[in-house]
Design a protein. Structure first.
Length: 449
């Protein structure tokens, strides 16, 4: 019985072109629990997550699924002629050309193959993220266990690289976050982190005022500076940061671009800023940055230095620059997409020509929420793990609280669309029923379907 049902779903997964890490992954997990086998059971495989040649013991924090694990190691940013590789190369070439050190060697070193598995200490603690900060939530991250996780940002490597003695570097890599489902959000995306730290001589000597000013003072924290920095140091570091990033963005987008800076908050920088650019009549945020918290620099062993850091998303820049409408396209293996980015030089202008857009299909799902412990991101993760890249969007379209029982109900609309062909309702129903089953069994909801 179980084998027949699993075969039915596998046939649908082949028909839909779904990777085995999505629909089959979930259904295999569900049905394997009731299959009795005479073969010895590999307890290490059951009780741990196997990734990149290592086993990570499962615990109450383990929440990473097969669909996400199948993305680890793809490294789209290192695949030649991929649009994310093109953006990376353009930024790298810009820094190599405009920032040189001794003997005309590049000032910034580049790291684009660091392991995405990091500790919670690397991802949070060393960056001064408070223990109760929302960004630590299990519902927002992919944890292998309480100690190890898939990095949520490339900043997770900042402390280690400074500790190794580096004072100017770029880090590029895939990062993982549980988030909403739409055309601009995906659980795996790619970031670039940039860091530069200065000695007193490097900062003030270049400005010709080394003898007049100092980096540090004993003062108090304001909205404009940290308690240990002099105002002169802060203003010079901020000027260098904004000038560096303005030149970079103009290099990418061209002259005449409207740019503005918005004050914001990050746990690891102060003051902190976001850069916004005017695009098609709207201000769009393209990166975050700020002056690194001095406690981070000092704990990394780079004493008597100050510095800045920035982080940007490669997908966001590529979607704007090349007018790519859907973030799922970056994972496409369709030659009609990939061939558009074969170019002689990364700076060559290119505009994405849309593939034939196949019609969407929408199905709704309603359920009563459990008394506690429910998270929308948990449901989004279930949908992604089963439907994979056939899921275009998941929208919460109705909320209801029963006047007598006080039970809460959610209704979501799931939009299905294949990037390369037309789906049928029968095909979609197979996936939709699997999502319903998973929501009940994994999230503890009570179905209204």
């Amino acid at each position: 019985m179980h084998i027949q049902r699993f075969g039915h779903y596998c046939k649908a997964s082949v028909l839909l072109g779904i990777h085995s890490g999505s629909l089959a992954n979930y259904l295999g997990h569900v049905f394997s629990r009731s299959v009795v086998s005479g073969f010895p059971v590999d307890k290490a495989a059951i009780n741990s997550v196997h990734l990149l040649g290592k086993h990570y013991p499962r615990d109450d924090y383990t929440n990473v699924a097969g669909k996400i694990l199948s993305k680890v190691g793809k490294n789209l940013h290192n695949q030649k002629y991929h649009p994310l590789w093109i953006i990376k190369e353009r930024i790298k070439d810009h820094f190599y050309k405009h920032y040189v050190g001794c003997f005309k060697a590049p000032l910034f070193s580049v790291y684009d193959d660091l392991c995405p598995v990091v500790t919670t200490q690397q991802n949070f603690d060393r960056l001064l993220v408070p223990i109760d900060h929302p960004s630590r939530k299990k519902g927002d991250n992919y944890y292998l266990n309480r100690t190890f996780m898939l990095r949520a940002h490339t900043s997770a490597h900042q402390w280690d690289l400074m500790h190794s003695g580096l004072d100017a570097f770029l880090v590029v890599g895939d990062v993982y976050r549980r988030d909403e489902v739409d055309s601009s959000h995906y659980p795996v995306f790619h970031q670039m982190e940039g860091v530069r730290i200065f000695s007193e001589h490097e900062l003030f000597g270049e400005a010709g005022v080394e003898e007049k000013f100092k980096l540090f003072e004993q003062s108090y924290r304001t909205s404009n500076k940290q308690e240990c920095h002099t105002m002169e140091a802060v203003k010079l570091v901020e000027f260098n940061l904004k000038q560096t990033l303005t030149k970079l963005i103009i290099h990418l987008f061209g002259e005449g671009l409207k740019i503005r800076w918005v004050d914001c908050y990050f746990p690891f920088t102060h003051p902190s800023f976001e850069m916004e650019i005017m695009h098609k009549g709207e201000w769009i945020e393209v990166l975050g940055c700020g002056i690194i918290e001095q406690k981070i620099i000092e704990s990394a062993g780079a004493c008597k230095r100050v510095g800045w850091a920035f982080g940007l998303g490669l997908e966001r820049l590529a979607m704007i620059l090349y007018e790519i409408p859907d973030i799922r396209l970056f994972w496409s293996e369709d030659e009609r997409f990939l061939k558009q980015f074969f170019m002689i030089h990364p700076d060559q202008p290119v505009k994405f020509q849309p593939l034939s857009k196949y019609p969407p299909l929408t199905n709704d799902i309603s359920f009563w929420l459990p008394p506690e412990g429910y998270s929308k991101n948990d449901f989004y993760d279930v949908v992604r793990n089963i439907g994979g890249d056939l899921i275009e969007k998941v929208a919460l379209i109705d909320e209801f609280v029963h006047p007598e029982t006080k039970k809460a109900s959610h209704c979501y609309q799931i939009t299905y669309r294949h990037m390369e062909r037309t789906l049928t309702q029968d095909e979609v129903c197979v996936i939709h029923r699997a999502i319903q089953k998973a929501a009940v069994e994994e999230l503890g909801v009570e179905g209204r379907f």
